[in-house]
Write a protein that binds this ligand. Structure first.
Ligand code: UDP
Length: 192
């Protein structure tokens, strides 16, 4: 995809559907992938924190997760087709994973949210292989990362809020051959 740079962040110029097809193909091909769905808060934070901006710019795909970013691109005369949110991307990947019996690992959110997800994920995404689920309140991520490495999930979703989730993904993404993405508060939404 070509990109449009808004406030130092290169956004992919594509639709949610085309991005999804690309992510699925990369998972099938066992290509390690880092996706950032950047909302305006993330863009502003990156603008003020160069090391975080560098880390995000190392992602394979950065999507515009907010109309403010679409507006910025329009002002630059380089319009982006549509907003691509973390929740929608994760949800679409999970539905596909269910159909294809692919696996996902979930790290993040509060223990009670995780308890709910353990019940609802198998119901909501039949066929999905749940490689592991861990809450996002830990001091030491060694055991979690070891579990991710051992289970080799097709996808790892990190719902730790930013910048924590991107730091976690950037640090550990190469322990698997799959897709990694930060999804903010998406587990809370998924759990209802
Ligand atoms: N969270 C977590 N560990 C932390 C801090 C936050 O797992 O140390 C979770 C929190 O429970 C919530 C998500 O990360 O599910 C962040 O949600 P929020 O909407 O605050 O983040 P944003 O979407 O703005 O990045």
């Amino acid at each position: 995809f070509s990109t449009v740079t808004v406030l130092g962040i290169p956004f992919v110029k594509t639709t949610a559907d085309r991005l999804l097809a690309t992510l699925q193909a990369r998972i099938v091909a066992e290509q390690n992938t880092f996706v950032v769905t950047a909302n305006p808060e993330i863009v502003m934070y990156a603008h003020e924190h160069p090391e975080y901006q560098r880390l995000i710019r190392n992602a394979d795909y950065i999507t515009p997760d907010g109309v403010g970013i679409l507006d910025g691109a329009k002002i630059l005369n380089q319009p982006l087709p549509e907003r691509i949110t973390g929740f929608d991307t994760m949800h679409a990947l999970l539905e596909w994973a269910g159909r294809e019996h692919r696996s996902a690992y979930f790290v993040g959110a509060k223990p009670e949210v995780v308890a709910t997800l353990k019940r609802t994920l198998p119901r909501d995404f039949p066929g999905l292989v749940i490689a592991g689920i861990h809450d996002g309140y830990f001091d030491d991520d060694t055991a979690i990362v070891a579990d991710i490495q051992a289970t080799q999930p097709d996808m790892v979703f990190a719902a730790l809020g930013f910048p924590k989730q991107e730091n976690f993904v950037a640090q550990h993404r190469h322990t698997t051959k799959g897709l990694w993405m930060g999804v903010g508060g998406s587990f809370d939404v998924l759990a209802g």
